[in-house]
Design a protein around this ligand. Structure first.
Ligand code: SAM
Length: 232
């Protein structure tokens, strides 16, 4: 795992690590596992023109799991955008707080592992809701604003190098109730559930007996959690 020298939560870190998006044992391996879990919340496309907007799409890890959608991403990262394009995503460079999409255009809006990187969660949710059509689905996952999540995902994970050092700012982790309230304000009733790695997979992955780790739902939302809701 490369050592980073940027300030904590500096988005340029993703450019520094652009070759890490897709290797199964790379710095972003856990994002690959989360993309599989995220896709389980995405409804089947209604038709060939169904549009899925992937906010902060990174290297396009969702692409293999949402076939059938027109998969359009937006991300700040110059190199991430190139990587995502190589994997079939149509990508614009831009900020999740000012989406370059027209109001009501999307059937599905996905915000995977981005809300814990922005101070203005309500602003991102408002933008997601703006571009989502009525009856469309919002899907997201993020890290919980709890001491144990900060301990595990920052202090411990950075020490044992299972996440890149400095990639998270623990002050930005998101309380599920705050996220639900932000969505409610936008007419989206969110259903939230926790996610955890399947223990046997994680052990097998650690000793190189598995290429991936399956993320399974759990009632506890104090660590990683995912959520979905339909816009009224
Ligand atoms: C943890 S990665 C998640 C990537 C992808 N959603 C996934 O789960 O594989 C966070 C991504 O957010 C992007 N990002 C951070 N702040 C952003 C912003 N304000 N607007 C757009 N993208 C942003 C970074 O460039 C990075 O690609």
């Amino acid at each position: 795992m490369p050592t980073l020298t940027r300030p904590r939560n500096d988005p340029r870190q993703y450019d520094d690590l652009a070759d890490q998006w897709w290797p199964p044992r790379g710095a972003f391996a856990a994002l690959q596992w989360l993309a599989v879990a995220r896709a389980r919340l995405v409804p089947a496309p209604a038709g060939p023109s169904a549009l899925l907007l992937d906010l902060a799409c990174g290297g396009g890890l969702l692409a293999p799991h949402v076939r059938g959608y027109r998969h359009v991403g937006v991300d700040l990262g110059e190199r991430a955008v190139h990587v995502a394009r190589e994997h079939g995503v149509t990508v614009l460079r831009g900020d999740v707080l000012r989406l370059p999409f027209r109001t009501g255009c999307a059937d599905v809006v996905v915000a995977g592992e981005i809300l814990e990187h922005v101070a203005d969660v309500e602003g991102v949710v408002a933008e997601a809701a703006r571009v989502l059509r009525p009856g469309g689905t919002f899907v997201c996952d993020t890290l919980a604003d709890t001491w144990i999540c900060r301990l595990v995902m920052v202090s411990l994970a950075e020490r044992v190098r299972t996440v890149p050092a400095g990639i998270h700012d623990p002050a930005l982790f998101v309380d599920p109730e705050r996220l639900k309230a932000a969505c409610r304000q936008q007419g989206i009733a969110l259903t939230v559930s926790g996610l955890r790695p399947r223990l046997s997979d994680a052990l097998a992955w650690l000793v190189h007996l598995r290429a991936d780790v399956r993320m399974v739902p759990t009632r506890w939302t104090g660590m990683v959690y995912q959520a979905a809701g339909v816009k009224a």
